[in-house]
Design a protein around this ligand. Sequence first.
Ligand code: PGA
Length: 260
Amino acid sequence: MMSNARRPIVGGNWKMNTDLASAVELADDVVASCGAFVDRCDIAVFPPFPYLQAVGRTLGHHGIILGAQSVYHQPDGAFTGEVSTDMLLDLNVGMVIIGHSERRHVIGETDELINRKLHAALDAGLQVLLCVGETIEQREAGQTSRVNISQLMAGLRGIQAGHMQRIVLAYEPVWAIGTGRTAGPADAQSVHTILRATLGDLYDGGLADSVRIQYGGSVRPGNAMELIAQPDIDGFLVGGSSLKAEEFTAIVRAAAESHV
Ligand code: PGA
């Protein structure tokens, strides 16, 4: 099956949580409990900016990817509060989240800004986790497909096929993030199919089959297995459950074991 050719990938998005000591402790626990799965599953953690260096040291060379939750597209200059791609590379960051719904809907990032950030991150050699997803109002108005296709197309504007291997998509319905409500496996699968078909239209079928698409939004140990069993769900972006090493590990295990 096509989905088996795609290596699963699970990310832990710590958001604006932890302090220095608990971030290091969590990273330490993730290394201890997830290290056994790195041969079968890509694993990334996304701590807050101030803790990237300490968490990076703790992750060491055990194969877990150090990720950042955001980045700015300008290389340097008068951009108070922002962080550049070079700063992330200095700290051995390998991956960056772009287009997360909290950046879109709480901070106010536009499709155009997201696209600029994507170009900058790819040009710098980073891997990118590009998030898309509809709000509850959009879902109830029957706009789920339109919103996800349009966010995907706007995010990828001008991105060459050769860069697509460094992009992972994440479908994160906004109404499922941090709410305890999860998209049912069939609902999630249907949006993943639409996203993959859109990649086929933008590039080609072979490329579309090779890009990994994560699901995110209240993923827990109890629902990870049924979600990952869907043919177009290739992993997870985990918020709340990534703050508990045990829960995160159970989710990683579900993803790692789905492809054996
Ligand atoms: P959640 O967050 O797992 O807490 O719903 C997911 C995300 O925002 O990436």
